[in-house]
Design a protein. Structure first.
Length: 176
């Protein structure tokens, strides 16, 4: 990932990335090949203020760790999905006071609270989910998650992702 976080943003769009060169001159050059053999030369120039923009595109997070437990490419009777998506199971741990700022997710998913409780703020609502509760996230609605308790919080994330997605699934909210 470059200092500007470009690889995670570019990679899923241009899946056949062969080379990404970044320079200190605030631009990046990439040559990307697609499955059909076509190539695209991509030059991204960062003009004044790029550092401020990059800083605004980060999600505030503290006291959180995660471990991917399982990741499998989708194959089965839903043939239109086969080979295009994968399912990922990730165990996320929030320390007491742990916080994940305003964010989106790459794909939708089901969350299962294994231990503790999470305050999930979305659309002006702030329900508290406790151990044994399930909830669903569409991925495209801005929200926060916080462990306001004195106990450790553990959540199992089950997500649908593009098959080549290798980065974390928490992303800054997209501008509309």
């Amino acid at each position: 990932m470059s200092a500007f976080g470009l690889k995670a943003n570019i990679g899923p769009v241009f899946t056949g990335a062969r080379k990404l060169v970044t320079t200190k001159c605030r631009f990046a050059v990439g040559i990307y090949g697609d499955e059909d053999g076509s190539q695209v030369l991509l030059v991204l120039a960062f003009l004044g203020g790029a550092d401020r923009l990059a800083a605004q595109e980060k999600v505030d997070a503290r006291g959180i760790t995660s471990v991917i437990k399982l990741e499998e490419t989708v194959f089965g009777h839903l043939t239109e999905l086969n080979g295009k998506y994968k399912l990922r199971a990730t165990e996320v741990t929030f320390a007491p006071g742990g916080y994940l700022g305003v964010h989106h997710h790459v794909g939708p998913g089901i969350r299962y609270v294994l231990a503790g409780e999470v305050t999930f703020t979305e659309g002006g609502q702030a329900p508290i989910y406790r151990a044994g509760d399930y909830f669903f996230e569409t991925g495209n609605l801005a929200h926060t998650a916080e462990n306001r308790s004195s106990q450790q919080l553990r959540i199992l994330f089950l997500e649908i992702l593009p098959k080549d997605w290798a980065a974390p699934t928490v992303i800054p909210p997209k501008a509309h």
